[in-house]
Write a protein that binds this ligand. Structure first.
Ligand code: BDR
Ligand code: CA
Length: 315
C-alpha cells in the first residue's frame, strides 16, 4: 500500500478526491489535515469530518492554520456555497477532530513513518508551507507532493492565477522551492478532467444515497458556474474534477502525461500575484522542480471515479 497524507479544504471536488482515496485498497491514508480555502477552517474541518464519518472511515483529521500565511483569506462562496459543499447536508459526524494540530500531527506522522509518504494536497498549501518553514528536516520523509493547483497557461482567479495558489502564494512559494518533487495537476490538466451531464446522470442512476449526494453537489457546482459565468461556455454542462487528479495520479500515473519543468510562484506581481511561472522552454536554465501535467485519459479517469462511487455507495 502507498502511505499518503491528504491536506485539503473541502470543498466539493475535495470531497470527490477523498472519496476516490477512500475507495482504493492500494492507499493507506495516515492522516487528513484541513485548511482554509474554499471555505473557512471551521467549515473545511467540519466538512472533512462529516464526509469521512459518513463514509465510515476512521482516519485522524487534524485542524490546520486559520488563515493563509501572509494574506487575508478569500473563500469561494460563489463556487462551493456557504457551507463549502453546496446544499448537501451530511449527518452530524461521530468522528471527532484530532487533539493535535495539523502541524503537530504532520510532524509526528512523518517522523514516525519508516517509509517515505506521498503528500496529496488539494488546497492552498498553507499547512505544508508552514510545516516546511518550521521543520524542513521532514522533507526527507516526503516522497513527493501530488498537488492540485497552479496553471501553466491561464488562471481561474485572475488571468494567470489559479485559486489554490492565489489564496496563499507564499505557502506555494515555500513548497515549490523546497526541493521536494512536485507533481502539479494544474488547470492545464484539470480542465480536461471533467465529467459531463450524461456521466453525471449515470452516477445518479446508481441510486444510492452517496450517488444522490454526489450528483447534488456536482449539479450545484455546474449551476453556480453558469450563474457566475466564471468559466468559458463549454463549462456549462460539465464539471471539472480538479482535486480528483491529485489522488488519481498517485494510484494511476499512467493516465496522465506531463513535462518536467522549472516552476516559480509569483507572490507579489502587479498583475500576476498567485501565478505559477512555468518554464516550458527551459529559458531559465534552472533545474526542474515540478512535473507539470497537461493531459489525462479522460475516459479511464471518469470510469475510475464512477467505480469509486459505485463501490463506496454499496457499503
Ligand atoms: C481548486 O480551487 C478550489 O475551488 C477547488 O477545490 C480546487 O482545489 C481549483 O482551482
Ligand atoms: Ca480544493
Amino acid at each position: 500500500k502507498i502511505p499518503v497524507i491528504i491536506d485539503c479544504d473541502p470543498g466539493i471536488d475535495d470531497v470527490m478526491a477523498l472519496l476516490l482515496a477512500f475507495s482504493r485498497d492500494d492507499l493507506d491514508i495516515k492522516l487528513i489535515t484541513t485548511e482554509p480555502g474554499n471555505q473557512t477552517q471551521e467549515k473545511t474541518i467540519y466538512n472533512a469530518r462529516a464526509f469521512t464519518s459518513y463514509m465510515k472511515q476512521n482516519i485522524e483529521i487534524a485542524r490546520g492554520l486559520k488563515e493563509p500565511l501572509f494574506r487575508e483569506l478569500e473563500v469561494a462562496n460563489d463556487v462551493h456555497g456557504e457551507s463549502g459543499l453546496g446544499e448537501v447536508i451530511f449527518p452530524e459526524p461521530d468522528l471527532f477532530e484530532s487533539d493535535r494540530t495539523a502541524l503537530n500531527a504532520l510532524i509526528a506522522v512523518l517522523t514516525e513513518s519508516e517509509e517515505p509518504i506521498v503528500l496529496i494536497a488539494t488546497g492552498p498549501l498553507t499547512n505544508i508551507g508552514a510545516l516546511l518553514l518550521a521543520h524542513p528536516e521532514v522533507k526527507e520523509k516526503i516522497s513527493y507532493i501530488s498537488y492540485m493547483g497552479g496553471a501553466a497557461v491561464s488562471g481561474n482567479m485572475s488571468p494567470f492565477a489559479e485559486f489554490n495558489v492565489y489564496v496563499d502564494p507564499h505557502a506555494a512559494d515555500i513548497v515549490f522551492r523546497s526541493g521536494i518533487p512536485i507533481i502539479m495537476s494544474g488547470l492545464d490538466v484539470t480542465h480536461k478532467a471533467y465529467i459531463n451531464m450524461e456521466e453525471l446522470n449515470q452516477i445518479e442512476s446508481m441510486d444510492t444515497d452517496l450517488s444522490q449526494k454526489i450528483g447534488a453537489m456536482l449539479r450545484f457546482y455546474i449551476l453556480n458556474a453558469k450563474n457566475n459565468d466564471f468559466q468559458e461556455t463549454d463549462f456549462e454542462n460539465s464539471f471539472r474534477l480538479h482535486d480528483l487528479c491529485a489522488v488519481s495520479y498517485v494510484v494511476t500515473p499512467e493516465l496522465f502525461e506531463g513535462k518536467n519543468c522549472f516552476v516559480a510562484v509569483e507572490t507579489e506581481g502587479r498583475h500576476t500575484a498567485g501565478a505559477t511561472v512555468v518554464d516550458y522552454m527551459h529559458r531559465s536554465g534552472k533545474p526542474h522542480n515540478v512535473k507539470v501535467l497537461h493531459s489525462v485519459n479522460r475516459g479511464a479517469f471518469v470510469n475510475q471515479f464512477m467505480e469509486a462511487v459505485a463501490k463506496m455507495g454499496r457499503q
